[in-house]
Design a protein around this ligand. Structure first.
Ligand code: UD1
Ligand code: CA
Length: 454
C-alpha cells in the first residue's frame, strides 16, 4: 500500500471564540475537538499526521504532540502558507496520498474520509475535494464548475455575484497526490482580495495543467460544519451528542429522554442499561449492563459494574461493583471503591474508601480514608473524623461490625470484626472483635422533675 499522510490545519487564532485557549482545544463531547479529528484520521488508516499550529501552539502540542508531528506556522498568511510550512515534512514522501483537513470540523466522519480516498483512487485524480451544498453558503469558497467539471474554487471575497450564487462549497477537506501537491504549493502567490496564500489555488493550477480534479459531495452537509464561535461550538456539541446517544440506543441502551442526556465520546455502556432524564456521563466512564442510572445523576471518570442502581447522585473517579444501590443524593468522591451489593444511601459522602461486599451506609454519613469489611452496617449519621487539622488518618472496620447511629469514629481507629458500637458514641480507642463499645454520657432521669421546677 502506498503511504498516506494527513495535514491538519490548526494555526488560526480563532478570534471569534474570544478565548485564551486555541480554538481546536475547545471541547466537543468531552474531548478537545482536535482529538476527534485525529481519532477519525487514525480510523481512516493514515500513517502520519502533521499538525500545523500557530496561536498558542505549545498548548496544542501538549495535548496531541504524541499523535502528530507538529509544525509551527509563525504568521498566519493563509491556508496555502500553512501547508507550505509542512513542505519539508511532505518531501519525505515521494508518492502516495495526502489528506488535508481543518482542525475545527469535528463532525466529519471516518466513513466520509474513506469515501473521499476511494473516489480519489478510482478516478486517479490529482486532487479530490470534499464539497457540500449549503442552504446559506456565505463566507465559504465556492466550487465553480464548467463543462469539464470543476474549474476553480473562488473565495467569498473574490467572488462575483454569479459565483456567489453557487451553493456548492469547499469544505476545506481534500485528498491530494502528494507529488502534485508539493509541485503546486511552490507556485502559490498572494495575489487576491485577502493578500493570503490560498491553498485552493492549487486546484486551479491542476485544472490549468489538465490534471484530473474530482469532487465528492457530502450527503449530510452538517458534517462539514466548522466552529468559529461559541454558538457554533454549542450547535456542534448538540449534533455530536445526538450522534453518541443514538449510537448507544442502537447498541442496546434505553435512553428515556435523549434530549436531556449528555454522554461523552469515550463513555461505554452495557446493554439493557436504562438512563433516566438528566444523566451526564463524562470522561473515561464505563457503565455495565442492566443498570438503572438517574434521574439527575452525574458520573465522571468512574466505572460502574452490572445491575447497579444510581439515583440523583454524583460520582467522581469512583469504582462501583455489581448490584450496588446508590442514592438518592449520594456523593462518591475520588478513590471510592464499592464491592458487590453495597448500599450507599441518601446524603452520604464517601471519599478514598473501600466498602466491602454487602455493606450498607444507608443515610446521612461521611466516610473518608476508610476500609470497611463485608456485611457491615453503618448507622445513620455516622462520621469518620479523619482529619485532625493537619493530617488525614484511616478508619478500619472489620467484617460484620455494627456501627450505631450517630457514631463519631475518631481516626486513626480500628473496629474489630463483629464488634458493636452503641448509638451516639464518640469512639477514640480501637474496639476488639466481638466487643460492644459504648462511649457516650450516661443518661440520668430525675423523677418528678416537673413538679420540683414549679
Ligand atoms: C478556507 C477555504 C475555503 C473553504 C473554507 C472551509 C482557502 C483559501 N479557503 O477558507 O474555500 O470554504 O476554508 O472552512 O483555503 N489556517 C491555518 N493557517 C492560516 C490560515 C488558516 O492554519 O494561515 C487554518 C485555520 O486554523 C483553519 C483552516 O486553516 O483550521 C481554515 O482557515 P479559515 O480561515 O477558517 O478558512 P478560510 O481561509 O476562510
Ligand atoms: Ca481566512
Amino acid at each position: 500500500m502506498k503511504p498516506s499522510v494527513a495535514v491538519v490545519l490548526a494555526a488560526g487564532m480563532g478570534t471569534r471564540m474570544k478565548s485564551k485557549i486555541p480554538k481546536v482545544l475547545h471541547n466537543i463531547a468531552g474531548l478537545p475537538m482536535i482529538k476527534h479529528i485525529i481519532n477519525i484520521l487514525k480510523k481512516t488508516g493514515v500513517q502520519d499526521i502533521i499538525l500545523i499550529v500557530g496561536y498558542k501552539g505549545d498548548l496544542v502540542e501538549k495535548v496531541v504532540g504524541e499523535d502528530c508531528r507538529i509544525v509551527y506556522q509563525k504568521e498566519q498568511l493563509g491556508t496555502g502558507h500553512a501547508l507550505l510550512q509542512a513542505l519539508p515534512e511532505l518531501q519525505r514522501y515521494s508518492e502516495g496520498d495526502c489528506l488535508v483537513l481543518c482542525g475545527d470540523t469535528p463532525l466529519l466522519t471516518d466513513e466520509t474520509l474513506i469515501e473521499l480516498k476511494e473516489r480519489h483512487h478510482v478516478t486517479e485524480a490529482h486532487a479530490t475535494i470534499l464539497t457540500a451544498e449549503l442552504p446559506d453558503p456565505l463566507g465559504y469558497g465556492r466550487i465553480i464548475k464548467g463543462q469539464q467539471g470543476i474549474e476553480k474554487i473562488v473565495e467569498e471575497k473574490d467572488a462575483n455575484p454569479e459565483e456567489k450564487a453557487v451553493k456548492e462549497i469547499n469544505t476545506g477537506t481534500y485528498c491530494f497526490k502528494i507529488e502534485s501537491l508539493i509541485k503546486n504549493l511552490n507556485r502559490l502567490t498572494a495575489a487576491n482580495a485577502q493578500g493570503e496564500y490560498y491553498l485552493t489555488d492549487v486546484i486551479k493550477y491542476l485544472v490549468d495543467d489538465n490534471k484530473c480534479v474530482e469532487t465528492l459531495l457530502l450527503k449530510d452537509y452538517k458534517e462539514a460544519m466548522g466552529i468559529n464561535n461559541r454558538v457554533q461550538l454549542a450547535e456542534t456539541n448538540l449534533l455530536f451528542r445526538q450522534r453518541i446517544v443514538e449510537q448507544h440506543m442502537l447498541a442496546g441502551v434505553t435512553i428515556i429522554d435523549p434530549t436531556s442526556v449528555y454522554i461523552d465520546s469515550r463513555v461505554e455502556i452495557g446493554i439493557d442499561t436504562v438512563l433516566y432524564p438528566g444523566v451526564i456521563l463524562e470522561g473515561k466512564t464505563t457503565i455495565g449492563e442492566n443498570c438503572v442510572i438517574g434521574p439527575d445523576t452525574r458520573i465522571v471518570d468512574s466505572s460502574v459494574a452490572d445491575d447497579v442502581t444510581i439515583n440523583n447522585s454524583y460520582l467522581l473517579e469512583a469504582q462501583v461493583g455489581n448490584a450496588c444501590k446508590i442514592g438518592p443524593y449520594s456523593y462518591l468522591r475520588p478513590g471510592t471503591e464499592l464491592a458487590e451489593g453495597v448500599k450507599v444511601g441518601d446524603f452520604v459522602e464517601v471519599k478514598k474508601s473501600y466498602v466491602g461486599e454487602g455493606s450498607k451506609i444507608p443515610h446521612l454519613s461521611y466516610v473518608g480514608d476508610s476500609k470497611i469489611g463485608k456485611g457491615v452496617n453503618i448507622g445513620a449519621g455516622t462520621i469518620t473524623c479523619n482529619y485532625d487539622g493537619t493530617h488525614k488518618h484511616p478508619t478500619i472496620i472489620g467484617d460484620g461490625a455494627f456501627v450505631g447511629s450517630n457514631t463519631n469514629l475518631v481516626a486513626p481507629i480500628k473496629v474489630g470484626e463483629g464488634a458493636y458500637i452503641g448509638a451516639g458514641s464518640t469512639v477514640t480507642k480501637d474496639i476488639p472483635s466481638g466487643a460492644l463499645a459504648v462511649a457516650r454520657g450516661r443518661q440520668k432521669n430525675i423523677d418528678d422533675w416537673i413538679n420540683h421546677k414549679k
